[in-house]
Design a protein around this ligand. Structure first.
Ligand code: ATP
Length: 366
C-alpha cells in the first residue's frame, strides 16, 4: 500500500460563511481554504463582498453564520484581539499625533513588551520597509507611499500569523503603487506570512497573488493561480472581469466544433453541450494571429480590420469576419507588427486563432 500524500492543513479556513445587512445578502455561503504562507487576493467588482469577508475574518464585522479557523483554532466568535492578525487599510489609519516609531510600536506597547525590545523591533521594522531613521517624524510629514509602508510595519510588529490588507495601494498614485506592489510581495515572500489582500484591480491581483479568489455578488466564482484564472476562467463572469475578452454566440456542431454565423471553428475542449445547443465562446485578443497565417491554419477566416486603437506596446483592432454572422473579434497587434505590416482600417486580412484559445461556456452570460 502506498502512503497517501501529506496534505498541509490550511492556515485559514472559512466554512459556510453568511452575512446579511438588513435584507441584503452580502456573503451567501462562503467556503475557503488559504494555505500557510501564501499570498491570496480577494478580487471582484465594487460591492461584491470582498471587504465584508475580510472584516469577518478579522472579527471586525462578525458573520451571521459560519465558522472561521485561523491556525487550526476556531475563532468564529473570538474578538479581533484574539485572532492573531495584522491589518492595513486603504486610508493608512495611522495615529496622526504619534510619531512613526510610536505608531509602529503600538501593538507591542499594548502587549506590555519591554521598552528596549520595542525599540529594537521598531528599528528592525522601519529598516524592513525601507524607512530607517524616520521614527521621530509624524505621519503627516510623510508621503502617502511612506505612510502605507509605516502602516505595513505596524501591522507586522507583533509577528502575526495572518496579514490582512484592505485595498492598501488604492489611494496611491500609479508609480508608487507599482513600486509598493513589488516591495510588498518581496517582503511577504521573505517573511512567509499568510496574507490576504482585497483589491478590485485585476492587474494588481495577477501581479501579486499566489492564489486569486474571484468574487461576485457575495459568492466565490473561482479560486486559482493567476495563470489559471487568466487562461482557464471557470465562468463567463471571471472571463469578462479579468483581462479583455471577446464573447461570441455559437452553436455546437460536434464534440469539438462550433459554428459562429457561417464560420466553423474547432475547439480543443469538449463543448460540454449537445449538438445544436447554443453556447458562448470567449477569446483573448492576444490569441488572434494577424500575420503569417498559413492557408491551412485551423480557425482561419478573412476579416475586415476596424476600430484600431493605439495602446502603447500594441494596437487593439476589431476584426469583422467577411463571411458575416459574427460580432467583431478583438485582436491585439504588436506595435512592431503594425509598423512592419502597415495594417490599416478597412483592409481585409486572413486571421486565425488556435483551438485551445477558445473557452466554451455552455450556459450563462457574464
Ligand atoms: P468595494 O471594493 O467597493 O469596497 P466590496 O466588494 O469590498 O466593494 P463590501 O464592502 O464587502 O464590498 O460590501 C458588500 C455589499 O454589502 C455592498 O453592497 C455594500 O453596500 C453592503 N454593505 C457593506 N457594509 C454595509 C453596512 N455596514 N451596512 C449595509 N450594507 C453594507
Amino acid at each position: 500500500m502506498t502512503a497517501s500524500p501529506t496534505i498541509d492543513p490550511p492556515f485559514l479556513e472559512v466554512r459556510g460563511l453568511k452575512k446579511n445587512f438588513g435584507g441584503f445578502v452580502a456573503l451567501k455561503d462562503i467556503d475557503l481554504k488559504v494555505p500557510r504562507g501564501k499570498f491570496v487576493c480577494f478580487l471582484g467588482p465594487s460591492g461584491c463582498g470582498k471587504t465584508t469577508l475580510l472584516r469577518a475574518i478579522a472579527g471586525l464585522d462578525p458573520q451571521d453564520e459560519g465558522t472561521i479557523l485561523i491556525g487550526g483554532r476556531d475563532v468564529s466568535h473570538a474578538p479581533p484581539s484574539d485572532r492573531d492578525f495584522g491589518i492595513v487599510f486603504q486610508s493608512y489609519a495611522l495615529f496622526p499625533n504619534l510619531t512613526v516609531a510610536k505608531n509602529v510600536g503600538y501593538g507591542l506597547v499594548n502587549r506590555a513588551r519591554p521598552r528596549r525590545e520595542i525599540e529594537e523591533r521598531v528599528n528592525d521594522l522601519l529598516a524592513l520597509v525601507g524607512l530607517p531613521d524616520q521614527g521621530s517624524k509624524f505621519p503627516g510629514q510623510l508621503s502617502g507611499g511612506q505612510q502605507q509602508r509605516i502602516a505595513l510595519a505596524r501591522a507586522l510588529a507583533t509577528s502575526p500569523g495572518l496579514l490582512l490588507l484592505d485595498e492598501p495601494l488604492s489611494a496611491l498614485d500609479a508609480k508608487v503603487r507599482i513600486r509598493l506592489r513589488a516591495e510588498m510581495r518581496t517582503l511577504q515572500q521573505r517573511l512567509r506570512v499568510t496574507t490576504i489582500m482585497v483589491t478590485h484591480d485585476q492587474e494588481e491581483a495577477l501581479a501579486m497573488a499566489d492564489r486569486i479568489v474571484v468574487m461576485n455578488h457575495g459568492v466565490i466564482e473561482q479560486v486559482g493561480t493567476p495563470e489559471e484564472i487568466y487562461r482557464r476562467p471557470a465562468t463567463p463572469f471571471v472571463a469578462d472581469f479579468v483581462g479583455h475578452m471577446t464573447f461570441l454566440d455559437a452553436v455546437v456542431t460536434g464534440p469539438r466544433s462550433v459554428k459562429v454565423g457561417s464560420l466553423d471553428f474547432v475547439v480543443a475542449e469538449d463543448a460540454g453541450a449537445p449538438v445544436g445547443a447554443a453556447v458562448r465562446l470567449a477569446l483573448r485578443p492576444e490569441a488572434v494571429q494577424t500575420r503569417g497565417v498559413a492557408p491551412d491554419a485551423l480557425n482561419r477566416f478573412e476579416a475586415k480590420v476596424g476600430g484600431l486603437s493605439f495602446l502603447g506596446a500594441f494596437c487593439r483592432a476589431h476584426l469583422t469576419p467577411v463571411a458575416g454572422g459574427s460580432a467583431p473579434i478583438a485582436a491585439d497587434i504588436s506595435a512592431n507588427a503594425m509598423r512592419d505590416l502597415g495594417i490599416s482600417e478597412g483592409e481585409v486580412r486572413a486571421v486565425a486563432f488556435p483551438p485551445e484559445a477558445l473557452r466554451v461556456f455552455a450556459d450563462a452570460r457574464p
